[in-house]
Design a protein around this ligand. Structure first.
Ligand code: UGA
Length: 431
């Protein structure tokens, strides 16, 4: 099928390449010529495992191309909207500028019978407000939220755990054809109305954020009682109604989705006169932000009361491993806070240094892990890349650092092993 994908960021670029990899003829469209140039050469403009392979294969096959010219959307049967919906500069609500601009730019190139499939995360009610413009062009609007996780985006796009399409049953049938491999293997395919499809997305992210803040709240209680939140998570996680996933206590969630989605949800609920229904999301946000400060306190504690002029190596800058995304990264926030206290902060990350440097040029960055921790007074794990969590042996670290203080912002290290090697180990919500 001929498809267009408008917006080639983390969502759109992966979607375009994934759709080409399952046999469609795809044009990816973005206003940023640098992004389009890279993608046209088959190069991913950001780090995402598996993306370079399907991008270059798609471009080489001739089924995948990229352009800044939206007129090239003409002739596609389905037009996916995958532009960003960031948090507004002066409030919690989502900024819909890019969604509106994409739809307006697309309108002249829609043919009767086309389908416009919104994938961007939007406040409930957005699709209804876009419908008249799309109807007037003789096309049909559906909402088809995306549940991909960065780091697993290719797999999540080609083989998702469910597909949700809000809108008419006929249009949903066309999307069944689009997602033919997943449909053929029996992936749950839910057809809903527009509002439900929009809400499914924000409800899912709100639930995940709440789960993380729940366990972080338990970590706060563990800290004043001497309990161990990692054991608590394991014990409650065996109840399959609760489940162990997303019960990782630590410095909390970040990224381009969870934080801004729960804020936009609160803002939208207030507009709808139902602010109290999701008032708990404010608490979820606050618990989350408190954990970053807690990690800073642990560093201060570990260093005997002050960090001024101490060398502190921050292991990680990305908001999570297998990503170079630093949007709302708790890891970088911890680094910036320590820098603000006068520490000599060195940040290392396997993929995210270039992005971090652009936003926080005041910090020192060292790409090589061992070079970064050389002579450190303390090290803090904030993004659980394998090379920090699994592959950094405490005995090896001891040969490099000046001090023997390790703060585990992700509860990813083995406390017994670090303590046995003579280190002061401080975790999040563990004795
Ligand atoms: C999230 C959702 O998981 C996806 O389902 C959704 O499609 C996506 O947002 C989106 O809206 O586009 P993502 O932002 O890639 O995906 O990241 P997650 O894997 O959800 O992790 C978010 C943050 O939570 C990370 O900072 C991670 O370190 C943190 N986290 C995760 C914890 O602190 N504890 C955990 O137990 C799990």
């Amino acid at each position: 099928m001929r498809l267009s994908v408008i917006g080639c960021g983390y969502l759109g670029a992966v979607h375009a390449a994934a759709m080409a990899s399952i046999g469609h003829e795809v044009v990816g469209i973005d206003v940023d010529p640098r992004k389009i140039d890279a993608l046209s050469r088959g190069e991913a403009p950001f780090f995402e495992p598996g993306l370079p392979e399907i991008l270059s294969a798609g471009v080489a096959s001739g089924r995948l191309r990229f352009t800044t010219d939206i007129a090239e959307a003409l002739g596609a049967k389905v037009h996916f909207i995958g532009v960003g919906t960031p948090q507004q500069k002066d409030g919690y609500a989502a900024d819909l500028t890019y969604v509106n601009a994409a739809v307006d730019a697309l309108l002249p190139y829609l043919s009767p019978g086309d389908i416009v499939a919104g994938k961007s995360t939007v406040p409930v009610g957005t699709a209804a407000s876009l419908t008249p413009r799309i109807d007037a062009a003789g096309a049909t609007l559906v909402w088809n939220p995306e549940f991909l996780r960065e780091g697993w985006a290719v797999q999540d796009t080609i083989d998702p755990d469910r597909l949700v399409v809000g809108g008419s049953a006929d249009a949903a049938d066309v999307l069944r054809e689009v997602y033919h491999p997943a449909v053929a293997k029996g992936t749950p395919f839910l057809v809903t109305d527009l509002a439900t499809a929009e809400l499914v997305k924000v409800a899912a992210n709100a639930f995940l954020a709440t789960k993380i803040s729940f366990i972080n709240a338990m970590a706060e209680i563990a800290e004043v009682t001497g309990a161990d939140v990692t054991q608590l998570a394991e014990a409650i996680g065996h109840d399959d109604r609760i489940g162990r996933k997303f019960l990782g206590a630590g410095i909390g969630f970040g990224g381009g989705c969870l934080p801004k989605d729960i804020r936009a949800f609160s803002a939208r609920a207030e507009e709808l006169g139902r602010g109290e229904s999701v008032a708990f999301l404010r608490e979820v946000d606050e618990i989350n932000l408190r954990r970053r400060e807690r990690a800073v306190q642990l560093v201060i504690e570990g260093l005997g009361g002050q960090v001024f002029e101490k060398k502190i190596t921050v292991l990680g800058a990305a908001f999570k491993p297998y990503s170079d995304d630093i949007r709302d990264s708790p890891a970088l926030d911890v680094a910036v806070r320590l820098h603000g206290l006068g520490a000599r902060v060195v940040v290392t990350d396997p993929e995210a240094i270039a992005n971090a440097q652009r936003v926080h040029p005041q910090l020192t960055y060292v790409a090589d892990r061992d070079e970064a921790i050389a002579d450190a007074d303390a090290i803090i794990l904030v993004t659980e890349w394998d090379e920090y969590r699994r592959e950094l042996a405490p005995e090896h670290a001891s040969t490099l650092t000046h001090g023997r203080v390790v703060i585990d912002g992700r509860n990813g290290l083995d406390p017994a092993a670090w303590r046995a090697a003579g280190w002061t180990y401080l975790g999040m919500g563990r004795p």
